[in-house]
Design a protein around this ligand. Structure first.
Ligand code: ASP
Ligand code: MG
Length: 419
C-alpha cells in the first residue's frame, strides 16, 4: 500500500480538492492507498487564534464565523446537493467546536485545551475530502486517526506509542485498503482515555510517516506546492535546484538545520523500514519530484538554509574569570530546564555564546536564573545561515554584504549568524 499526504495548500479551495481527486485517479488508484490530509489553508493558525481568544475570555464569535464560513463555502461549491450528508456532519463538527470554545477557560490546562480546539481543522478537511471523493466515484472510508495513532498526554507534542498504534492499524486497516481508499487526518493522535493530542505544528507529514511505517507501505508521497526537495527556499533565493534523489540522512540534517520542506520527525520511521519518500508537486504531478531513500551520493549540490528570528546570547563570568566546565554546566542546566534549544554555540576564554530561536519570555527567565553568576548580553532579529556541502563559490555567494556575528565550520557544514 501507499500513503499520500496532502498539506494545507492542497486543500485550500474547491479547485484544490478537485485537483486531489485528479491526482488520486491518475496516480494513486482506487485501493491500497491511504490519504492523510492537513487542515485547509491557514485554518490551524485561525484555530490557534480562536483558542487564544476563548482562553482569555474574549469574544470569539466573529473569528469563529469566519472560520466556519470558509469551510461551508468550499463544501457548498464542491457538493451543492443539499441532501448530501456532508452538510449535516460538518454542522455537527462546527457546533462541537463552538462548545469546546465555550468550555475553554483561563484556569484550565492550556496545552490540553489547545489540542482539543486546534484539532478541528483536520476533522473538517478530512470530512469534506471523504464525502467529496465519494461524489466523484472514488469510494473511500473515513477513519479517525485519533483511534489509531496512540500517544501519551504530552499535549501539543505528543509522543507516539509505536507498538500499540501498529497493532491497532494492522488489525483494521489492511482489510479496508484491500477494497477501497482510506481518508484520515494528519497532525492528530489520541490518548488511552480518549483525549485528542497533536503531534506538533506541521505534524501531518509525521502522521503520514507513522501510517506508512505501521502498515509497511511500499512508498509515501508528500504532495506540495513546490517541485520537490530544493536546495534553497524560493522565498529567499532566486535560483534553486531540485534534488532528483537524496538520502534520508541528508534530508534529516536539512530539516534539523531548519529547512521547512519536511517535518523533521518524518524521516526516521521511513528510514527504519526503508520506505522511499517522494516529494512531488500537486500543480505538476507528472513532473519527477524528489525521491528520498536509502542511497548515498558523494557529491551533492550545496543546500542553503535560513532560520529567522534568532537570538544570540553571550554569557561571561563576572570578575574576568575564564569560562570553566563548571560554569558551562550551570548554563546548560538552566537551558535544559527552560527547554531552550541551542542552534549553534561557541566558547572563548571569557565568554560563551549560543544562538537560539528567540522567545522573549524564555530569554527573560534565563537571565533571571543566571544573572547572579554571569553577565549576559543578547541580540535579537538575527538569522542563522547554514550551507550544507559548501564549496568556495557557495560561501562567496552567501556571504556577500553580510556582517557575520558568529561563524563555525565543519568539513561539510558552514554556519553563521547575521542580521
Ligand atoms: N495543520 C497542522 C499545521 O498547520 C498540521 C500540518 O499542516 O502539518 O500545523
Ligand atoms: Mg502544513
Amino acid at each position: 500500500m501507499k500513503v499520500y499526504k496532502f498539506g494545507g495548500a492542497s486543500v485550500k479551495s474547491a479547485a484544490a480538492f478537485r485537483n486531489i481527486a485528479h491526482i488520486v485517479k491518475n496516480y494513486g488508484g482506487t485501493k491500497q492507498l491511504l490519504l492523510v490530509v492537513s487542515a485547509m489553508g491557514k485554518t490551524t493558525n485561525a484555530l490557534e487564534h480562536l483558542f487564544e481568544l476563548a482562553y482569555h475570555q474574549q469574544d470569539f464569535e466573529s473569528a469563529y464565523d469566519q472560520c466556519i464560513t470558509y469551510h461551508r463555502e468550499v463544501t457548498q461549491e464542491l457538493i451543492p446537493e443539499r441532501d448530501n450528508p456532508v452538510h449535516e456532519r460538518l454542522e455537527q463538527l462546527f457546533s462541537q467546536l463552538q462548545q469546546q470554545l465555550q468550555k475553554t477557560s483561563p484556569g484550565a490546562n492550556y496545552d490540553k485545551m489547545y489540542d482539543q480546539v486546534v484539532s478541528f481543522g483536520e476533522m473538517f478537511s478530512s470530512t469534506i475530502l471523504h464525502y467529496f471523493l465519494q461524489t466523484v466515484a472514488l469510494p473511500n472510508q473515513w477513519i479517525d486517526s485519533r483511534k489509531y495513532i496512540q500517544t501519551d498526554d504530552n499535549w501539543r507534542e505528543a509522543k507516539v506509542d509505536w507498538e500499540w498504534s501498529e497493532r491497532l492499524m494492522k488489525r483494521d486497516l489492511p482489510a479496508i485498503l484491500d477494497k477501497q481508499l482510506v481518508v484520515t487526518q494528519g497532525f492528530l493522535g489520541g490518548t488511552i482515555d480518549g483525549f485528542t493530542t497533536t503531534l506538533g505544528r506541521e505534524g501531518s507529514d509525521f502522521s503520514a510517516a507513522i501510517f506508512a511505517y505501521c502498515l509497511n507501505a511500499s512508498d509515501m508521497y508528500i504532495w506540495k506546492d513546490v517541485e520537490g526537495l530544493l536546495n534553497a527556499d524560493p522565498k529567499y533565493f532566486k535560483e534553486t535546484i531540485r534534488y532528483p534523489e537524496i538520502s534520508y540522512q541528508e534530508t534529516v540534517e536539512m530539516a534539523y538545520y531548519g529547512a521547512s520542506v519536511i517535518h523533521p520527525k518524518t524521516i526516521k520511521p521511513l528510514a527504519n523500514r526503508k520506505i522511499p519518500l517522494y516529494v512531488k508537486s500537486f500543480l505538476n504531478p507528472a513532473a519527477e519530484g524528489t525521491r528520498i531513500c536509502d542511497c548515498r551520493f558523494d557529491k551533492i549540490a550545496p543546500a542553503y538554509i535560513i532560520k529567522e528570528n534568532q537570538c544570540l546570547i553571550s554569557f561571561s563570568v563576572k570578575d574576568f574569570a575564564f569560562i570553566s566546565e563548571k560554569s558551562l554546566g550551570t548554563i546548560f542546566n538552566a537551558l535544559s530546564q527552560l527547554r531552550i534549544k541551542i542552534n549553534m554555540m561557541q566558547n572563548s576564554a571569557i565568554s560563551f555564546s549560543i544562538c537560539t530561536d528567540f522567545q522573549q519570555e524564555r530569554v527573560q527567565r534565563l537571565i533571571q536564573t543566571l544573572h547572579d553568576q554571569f553577565v549576559i548580553y543578547y541580540n535579537t532579529d538575527l538569522r542563522l545561515f547554514t550551507v550544507k556541502n559548501y564549496d568556495t563559490d557557495s560561501l562567496n555567494t552567501i556571504l556577500v554584504d553580510k556582517e557575520v556575528l558568529l561563524e563555525q565550520r565543519t568539513r561539510n557544514t558552514f554556519q553563521f549568524v547575521s542580521r
